[in-house]
Design a protein around this ligand. Structure first.
Ligand code: NAD
Length: 510
């Protein structure tokens, strides 16, 4: 397949040299400061962006509030049809948008296309879900009364996304929120404004083709400390869906809950793979390799820790060394490469600082990292270190291809206890062909994470199940299963079709 360069990709996605960063789905405007989007591939400016200011933000929210009153009147399956059309439009631009993801944040083109495929999948899923926004009904204790529950839309949903899934996070939220009858305002991450503008342009065509009013899907490009803070503090936004670091997530939780707003929090992980003596080691190492170095270690579900039983430790380390030795590095637009750059120079610096800290805290480096000087980009080789789980650095999420190997002895429950002994609770997996070990891992006394897999790595979830994690990962759920309920408000209804006024619990009041 021919891969276009920067210029062709921008042209195909209708992006120019300078782009406006605020849109209500019909008009584009922006009165804030100009910023540049740099590519981690070579450090060059891809394009410029005029950011939104406070006035633009206010305009967007006013328009969104008005659009909500129209959108909530559209029957849910018809809302699903609009989301289906977004899926069709994304199919048409999958290669270009996947390439822009690679150009702007550095993940390899195969993963960039995979991210767009995930957007398409959630559109299909949401379209079907639009006919299944079920509430329960139950029997009343009173004669000729009916009890039932229904779900109503919330209003304006604020979406704040992380840089590492610059397009998929928006679609997971948008597709489900829209079929629920909400309207959306998206503030993308600062390293990836162009992918956001491209997505908004793709959806804009669908909205216009269906004569929909401004405000159903809006975009505000700006700094977290400016536009992001406006969004958190705005009472007109009943739900903020935030994906990003635990540090910022704590602030989001505090500010939004103080005004009794709702949040969906998708925060950092510290994901482990347990390898028992009953594991297929080659299979485990394949999953660990993708988990640890895929997206250059910048997935919330990236494998950070391997907890391996003592008798298979040496074999696992030598297999990993062999696998790591075969990795190919370089331009993420070249399909021959498996590891592209980190997102920016700051991320590379934090990575090498973390490796120094591992050494200082007593860890032993098993596979050395190394800066790679390709085209002036942000490339580095991954690192593997033998550590104790209790090291302060191991308890933290380092958002880079830094993998820790931790030894355990005895029963699998010892490995599970080590796995759970971190503040985060996103993704986890066990490699074993022993049914008792895997059942222990999946039981109530097993993994404490939102995601627990058997003979599958920690990263690469499908959209069909709810996605999210426990503890400092924030407790939010997005995507499939019944995650749609977070985008709606529940209403319990009692209807009296008798001719009297009977009270519940047998109370007499006359
Ligand atoms: P980040 O926390 O630096 O930024 C995330 C978003 O928050 C950005 O859009 C940023 O502009 C915004 N922001 C920053 N300060 C803000 C403020 N005061 N008010 C409002 N918004 C503000 O995270 P990042 O570096 O972009 O992404 C990496 C992190 O995201 C990692 O910790 C990763 O694990 C996490 N993540 C989690 C999931 C998940 O589903 N659990 C998915 C992807 C990424």
């Amino acid at each position: 397949m021919k891969i276009n360069g920067f210029t062709e990709t921008l042209r195909e996605l209708e992006l120019g040299g300078t782009n406006l960063g605020a849109s209500d789905g019909v008009d584009w405007f922006a009165n804030g400061a100009e910023t540049e989007s740099l590519s981690p591939i070579n450090g060059q400016v891809i394009a410029k962006i005029k950011q939104a200011d406070a006035g633009d933000f206010d305009r967007i929210i006013k328009t969104a509030e008005a659009a909500f009153k129209v959108w909530r009147e559209v029957p849910a399956p018809k809302r699903g049809e609009i989301v289906r059309q977004l899926g069709v439009a994304l199919r048409e631009r999958k290669d270009a948008l996947g390439a822009l993801v690679a150009i702007e944040m550095g993940k390899i083109i195969q993963e960039g296309r995979g991210e767009v495929q995930e957007m398409i999948d959630i559109c299909d899923y949401a379209c079907g879900q639009s006919r299944m926004l079920y509430g329960v009904q139950t029997h009343s204790e009173r004669a000729h009364h009916r009890l039932y529950e229904q779900w109503h839309p919330l209003g304006v949903v604020g979406i704040i996304s992380a840089f590492n899934f610059p397009v998929a996070v928006w679609s997971w939220n948008l597709a489900i929120a829209l079929i629920c009858g909400d309207v959306c305002v998206w503030k993308p991450a600062s390293p990836a404004p162009l992918t956001a503008i491209a997505c908004q342009k793709i959806f804009e065509r669908v909205l216009k083709a269906n004569d929909l009013p401004a405000g159903i899907s809006s975009l505000v490009v700006g700094k977290g400390s400016q536009v992001g803070e406006l969004l958190l503090n705005d009472k007109r936004i009943p739900l903020v869906s935030y994906t990003g670091s635990t540090r910022v997530g704590k602030r989001i939780a505090e500010v939004v809950s103080k005004r009794f707003g709702k949040t969906i929090l998708e925060l950092g992980g510290n994901n482990a793979v347990i390898v028992t003596p009953h594991a297929d080691l080659e299979l485990a190492c394949k999953a660990i390799l993708f988990g640890a170095v895929g997206t250059a270690g910048q997935r919330c579900t990236s494998t950070r820790r391997v907890i391996v039983e003592a008798s298979v430790y040496d074999n696992l380390v030598s297999t990993l060394q062999r696998f790591y030795g075969k990795l190919t590095y370089g331009n993420p637009l070249d399909e021959a490469n498996l590891v592209g750059p980190l997102v920016n120079t700051g991320a590379v610096d934090l990575y090498f600082e973390a490796i120094e800290t591992v050494r200082k805290q007593g860890g032993t480096i098993l596979i050395e990292a190394e800066k790679l000087d390709f085209e002036g980009g942000c490339y580095a080789k991954p690192c593997v270190a033998a550590v104790e789980n209790s090291l302060p650095i191991v308890q933290d999420e380092t958002f880079a291809p830094l993998l820790y190997i931790i030894k355990y002895e005895g029963d699998v429950i010892n490995a599970i206890n080590i796995q759970n002994d971190v503040p985060q609770g996103l993704s986890s997996s066990i490699f074993t062909n022993n049914m008792i070990e895997s059942e222990k891992f999946l039981s109530h006394a097993g993994s404490d994470c939102g995601i627990a897999n058997v003979n599958v790595g920690t990263s690469g979830a499908e959209i069909g199940l709810a996605f999210g994690g426990e503890k400092e990962t924030g407790g939010g759920r997005e995507s499939g299963s019944d995650a749609w309920k977070a985008y709606m408000r529940r209403q319990s209804n009692t209807i009296n079709w008798s001719e009297g006024m009977e009270l519940a619990q047998g109370i007499k009041f006359d």
